[in-house]
Ligand binder design. Structure first.
Ligand code: GDP
Length: 539
């Protein structure tokens, strides 16, 4: 089995390259309830980042009611420190990036996915592949992000392993490569055979699995297998033979290219199969890769530092307008207090108190390396998608805004406070809570979101943080497309017919708001010289 980590240790590498090779920056993708929180906690336990179960707060409540969500927002000081969880495991420095559980905040998740080098996909074996998993997996495939899969809840009666793998392959369009195989399921769950480690691991509920509960079995004819599994031993032999015939063998190249997904079975709640998963993960998961910028591909081991702002949290303390911007280091070594270049504004940028997120605490860092995430205190100069560099004008790509599907017009209920309202709208949309569109002709302000809950959050935060009251009025649109034309006459013509439905986005780019799919198809047909794009990066 190829091992990324030892490979790296045996060759001569610069100190920077050695730091890069150690980094493992990933996120967990799953449908709500599949077990993301549970597995996060177990990973942190193994990584020594926390010492007791129950330390990772389930964000479950957020899914149920808005008020629970608001409550959670109030505790944002806490949830922020869990946005990035860093820990060392074996020879790697692991950065686990948290993603919001609620589907209404999926854009936040998409942005986080641009800052990771691989993902762990958790699937509930009772429910199989679910809708959010499908969507998030699609984004990973678009970005060719390597995916490792954990089929969870094998202590429950669920779908057969083969059925699950078939579902993964058919619905997610990726080949599954089993790295372990379950013995029994539900009440008869006996454990897993690790194809990766050639070891049988016996199931004991709620146990920290230790070496005693696993036995090395290299040869399937070993009578030890019968001793441990009784009548299930022969079934395992048959199934493993079948597995070898049907599924691809592990190939590092294909895993890194995102065409196969190494797959593990277990039960996160019972702490079962998680150590094996983590061990394989640190063996094979990729170190930071080259990142695409508008100008060129930027390799992590380039000497000059560069980083990408992928997330912003505003108003941690409502009494101060402070924000924290999350930056992923993309190349070179980041140094505290050094003078850098803020590409969008052309201004100098210096971080006096950059924060790292190791274990459960936050601390000031002096240096950081590609793959690391640091928090920067910001008074409003940084925006999502910004690049900080050592002087070069590079702009990282890959954080497009997706066209929202729900629109509301913003009605100001206190005209005397329109300044506060504008400030609030500007900052909340910079944070990525929603997208703001201003109609070109009427100057009406429209907010576009992917989930209704976002409107309630905005209304609440405008009131709490900016003392601005708004009401939202139904806007009869179901989608938006960024529009562009080389031929200015074609654009004039378009504006003559559709100008009432054209707005400017945050970058003053023109957006056509349309009622339904039929309306946009028709506009496209009638205006062949206008190009329509459904993400802001115009791809
Ligand atoms: P999330 O929404 O993906 O973060 O899911 P959670 O980690 O909060 O888990 C959802 C529910 O499934 C909780 O009640 C967990 O206790 C339960 N759960 C998680 N893993 C397992 C497992 O391996 N077996 C069983 N039976 N339940 C599990």
């Amino acid at each position: 089995m190829p091992n990324r980590a030892t490979e790296a240790a045996t060759t001569d590498k610069t100190p920077l390259q050695q730091e890069i090779d150690k980094r493992l920056t990933f996120a967990i993708i799953s449908h709500p309830d599949a077990g993301k929180t549970t597995i996060t906690e177990k990973l942190l336990l193994f990584g020594g980042a926390i010492h007791i179960a129950g330390a990772v707060k389930s964000k479950k409540n957020a899914r149920q009611t808005v008020s629970d969500f608001m409550q959670m927002e109030k505790e944002r000081g806490i949830s922020i420190s869990t946005s990035v969880m860093g820990f060392d495991y074996r020879d790697r420095t692991v950065n686990l990036l948290d993603t919001p559980g609620h589907a209404d905040f999926s854009e936040d998740t998409y942005r986080t996915l641009t800052a990771v080098d691989s993902v762990l996909m958790v699937i509930d074996s009772v429910k199989g592949v679910e809708e959010r998993t499908r969507k998030l997996c699609e984004i990973c495939k678009m970005r060719k992000t390597p995916i490792i899969t954990f089929l969870n809840k094998f202590d429950r009666e669920g779908k057969e392993p083969i059925e699950l793998l078939d579902e993964v392959e058919a619905e997610l369009n990726i080949r599954a490569c089993p790295m372990s195989w379950p013995v029994g399921q539900g009440a008869s769950f006996k454990g897993v055979y690790s194809i990766y480690e050639k070891r049988l691991i016996l199931f004991k509920p709620h146990d920290i699995q230790n070496v005693e509960s696993s036995v090395a079995i290299e040869n399937m004819d070993d009578p030890l297998l019968d001793e441990k599994l009784g009548s299930l031993a022969d079934r395992l032999r048959e199934e493993l033979e079948l597995v070898q015939g049907v599924y691809p063998e592990f190939s590092m190249e294909e895993y890194l290219a995102g065409t196969i997904t190494p797959t593990f079975f277990g039960s996160a709640l019972n702490n079962f199969g998680v150590r094996e998963l983590l061990d394989a993960f640190v063996d094979i998961a990729p170190a930071p890769r080259a990142q695409e910028s508008r100008e060129r591909l930027v390799a992590p081991d380039e000497e000059k530092f560069s980083g990408l702002i992928f997330k912003i949290h505003a108003n941690l303390d409502p009494n101060h307008r402070d924000r924290i911007a999350f930056m992923r280091i993309c190349s070179g070594m980041f140094e505290r207090n050094k003078l850098y270049h803020h590409v969008r504004t052309g201004k100098t940028f210096r971080a006096a108190n950059p924060t790292a997120f190791m274990a459960s605490e936050r601390s000031i860092v002096d240096t950081a390396y590609p793959g690391d995430i640091i928090g920067l205190h910001d008074t409003g100069t940084l925006k999502i998608g910004d690049t900080i560099s050592e002087g070069e004008n590079i702009e990282y790509t890959g954080i497009p805004s997706f066209a929202p599907q729900i629109f509301r017009q913003v009605i100001n209920l206190e005209p005397m406070r329109s300044k506060q309202l504008n400030k609030g709208l500007e900052q909340l949309t910079e944070e990525g809570v929603a997208q703001l569109f201003i109609k070109e002709y009427s100057a009406d302000k429209l907010l576009g979101v992917v989930g209704m809950l976002q409107f309630e959050v905005i209304q609440h935060r405008l009131k709490e943080e900016y003392k601005a009251s708004v009401r939202f009025e139904q806007a009869d649109y179901g989608g938006a497309a960024w529009i562009e034309a080389e031929d200015s006459r074609a654009m004039e013509q378009f504006m003559r017919f559709h100008g009432n439905h054209v707005a400017l986005d945050k970058d003053e780019e023109r957006v056509f708001l349309y009622r339904n799919r039929w309306a946009v198809s028709r506009a496209m047909e009638e205006n062949p010289k206008i190009r329509f794009y459904f993400t802001s990066d115009k791809k």
